[in-house]
Design a protein. Structure first.
Length: 82
């Protein structure tokens, strides 16, 4: 069996819009403000195994007053965090 794909959820450093990406992706444009983001420099809010779960979390994060913790993206992308 191959390596399982995961989805990492973060927020844009410019406009705070939540979005997800899949490692080993290095950069991504924000879906809202179009800023080019270096993903390893962003804080990871959640790690999930399925895109459907990522979308549910993003919808919840878009609700007013939602707070989250974080893990540095570089740690997850380098395999330090499971």
């Amino acid at each position: 069996m191959g390596k399982q794909t995961c989805y990492l959820i973060t927020r844009c450093s410019q406009c705070q819009t939540p979005f997800y990406f899949r490692p080993p992706q290095k950069t991504k444009r924000c879906p809202r403000c179009n800023a080019l983001l270096t993903l390893s420099k962003l804080n990871i809010l959640y790690k999930v195994d399925h895109a459907e779960d990522a979308l549910k979390i993003i919808l919840k994060l878009k609700q007013p007053g939602t707070q989250t913790g974080f893990v540095e993206a570089s740690k997850i992308m380098d395999g330090e965090q499971s």
